[in-house]
Design a protein around this ligand. Structure first.
Ligand SMILES: *[C@@H]1O[C@H](CO)[C@@H](O)[C@H](O)[C@H]1NC(C)=O
Ligand SMILES: *[C@@H]1O[C@H](CO)[C@@H](O)[C@H](O)[C@H]1NC(C)=O
Ligand SMILES: *[C@@H]1O[C@H](CO)[C@@H](O)[C@H](O)[C@H]1NC(C)=O
Ligand SMILES: *[C@@H]1O[C@H](CO)[C@@H](O)[C@H](O)[C@H]1NC(C)=O
Ligand SMILES: *[C@@H]1O[C@H](CO)[C@@H](O)[C@H](O)[C@H]1NC(C)=O
Length: 404
């Protein structure tokens, strides 16, 4: 009897934990019942703006019907579409009632675009104005902009968390859609400018740039160490490596998927690299705390610093240490304990849903670490409140279970 109650309580406990851990919204899922927005949803997924939306606590998405988003995306690079989608994602909650109650008639509100670092000044803000006759207009905050985008209808709300509203047209400002793309950009030139000259020269001289180019079409993310990283203590002298070893080392600095930094933040566990083959795993462990993403090999840890190029399906990020694979540079002393926040997460399969958090039900023993990690990632007061409430609910449920 006592055993079955405690078993039931434990099951309930883990069930609730699993529910809490995944209790964020999923914009793809929300839009699935609306075929009139399937193109918009498709572009949210393709550009990974969906991941950015899903990781936000409070968000309003202004969406366009299929014809309007198709017209915007037609013949434009995905990077340009990504900018437009980010400017249409407001970092606050607005439903129809709140739109019509904007005090003083006008408000400036921040968007995902403002968080990218591409936004000069306040270009990532959007002007919402309550116009005469019950109309609500949206426009860029850039000087001289008109309120050319109007609210058409409400699509879906989860109160105070996520709101989806249909609007008539994209919000634009001059330059929003002008982006460097992998076709127009000089990648070595961009790497030079980002302080990664050593890495740029190595990928050219070794021929690895050509391997990167071949892998680009199906998705590629490159981690480029800064010049200072190559000079750091403990980094082997690169010129003593054989040609094959150098190629492997450089392949180890790229993964065969498009994973911008915002999606890496949602990735936990091991990812494979271009160096991964039958002879060696050559994996990287990804962990993140807040906006900081770290990549761990069994020999060292590196931090993701900045984005050099984000043009779906190619992403180039800078990192602050050279990634040293144990397969090339030897095995570390046995069982060096890993940092708690990244410990023991299950290995991810290479292709499917890199963004989905590992199920904690698979390994209950690991649950506390995963929880600590996700609490650290979501340390906003709202989330803390949800946690306290959930933990309280569990305790009440357990007490109720014992009284039966
Ligand atoms: C979001 O929902 C879509 C459609 O229902 C599903 O395919 C996808 O796996 C979900 N993503 C996550 C991270 O749960
Ligand atoms: C928003 O745009 C309107 C029309 O251009 C302008 O009159 C208003 O001052 C703007 N509001 C803010 C807060 O910038
Ligand atoms: C790319 O940039 C590098 C470094 O600035 C320069 O040496 C090279 O000539 C450029 N290549 C092209 C095709 O412009
Ligand atoms: C690295 O190795 C090369 C060739 O063996 C040597 O010429 C060079 O001085 C070494 N560099 C350092 C910093 O030790
Ligand atoms: C690759 O990873 C697997 C599972 O983690 C491990 O058992 C195996 O020894 C690794 N192989 C190499 C060559 O490191």
């Amino acid at each position: 009897m006592a055993t079955s109650i405690s078993t039931a309580a434990a099951l309930l406990f883990f069930f609730l934990l699993a529910t809490i851990a995944t209790a964020t919204h999923n914009i793809t899922h929300i839009l699935a019942p609306f075929p009139e927005y399937s193109v918009y949803s498709h572009y949210l997924s393709l550009t990974k703006v969906a991941d950015e939306i899903n990781s936000r606590e409070t968000v309003t998405i202004l969406i366009l019907p299929n014809a309007a988003i198709s017209a915007l995306a037609n013949k434009r690079p995905l990077a340009a579409v990504k900018n437009a989608l980010r400017l249409l994602t407001i970092l606050d909650y607005y439903d129809a009632a709140k739109l019509h109650k904007i005090s003083d008639g006008t408000v400036l509100t921040s968007t995902l675009f403002q968080t990218t670092g591409n936004a000069a000044g306040n270009l990532g803000f959007v002007n919402i104005t309550n116009l005469r006759g019950g109309k609500v207009g949206f426009g860029s905050s850039s000087p001289g902009s008109k309120l050319d985008t109007t609210y058409t209808k409400s699509v879906k709300q989860i109160p105070f968390s996520i709101s989806v509203l249909e609007v008539s047209a994209p919000i634009l400002f001059p330059g929003l859609l002008d982006v460097p793309t992998k076709d127009s950009a000089n990648i070595t030139g961009l790497l030079y400018k980002a302080g990664c000259k050593t890495f740029a020269d190595l990928i050219v001289s070794s021929g690895v740039l050509k391997m990167y180019t071949e892998a680009m079409d199906t998705g590629l993310t490159v981690f480029a160490p800064s010049d200072m990283a190559f000079d750091a203590d403990g980094v082997p002298n690169i010129s003593t490596l054989s040609e094959a070893e150098l190629v492997t080392l450089l392949q180890y600095h790229a993964v065969p998927h498009y994973i911008p930094k915002s999606s890496l933040q949602l990735t936990q566990g091991k990812i494979t690299t271009l160096a991964t083959n039958a002879a060696g795993n050559y994996t990287l462990s990804v962990g993140s705390i807040g906006n900081d993403v770290s990549l761990r090999t069994s020999l060292d840890t590196s931090r993701v610093a900045s984005t050099v190029l984000d043009d779906t399906p190619l992403c180039i990020l800078t990192i602050d240490s050279v990634l040293l694979p144990a397969e090339l540079f030897g095995v570390p002393p046995a069982a060096a304990p890993a940092p708690a926040s990244e410990a023991s997460v299950p290995e991810l399969a290479p292709e499917p849903s890199l963004a989905s958090p590992p199920s904690i039900l698979e390994s209950p023993a690991d649950a506390p670490d995963v929880i600590a990690d996700s609490m650290a990632k979501n340390s906003s007061p709202a989330i803390a409140g949800k946690w306290l409430f959930s933990i309280f609910s569990v305790i009440v449920a357990m007490i109720a279970g014992m009284m039966l």
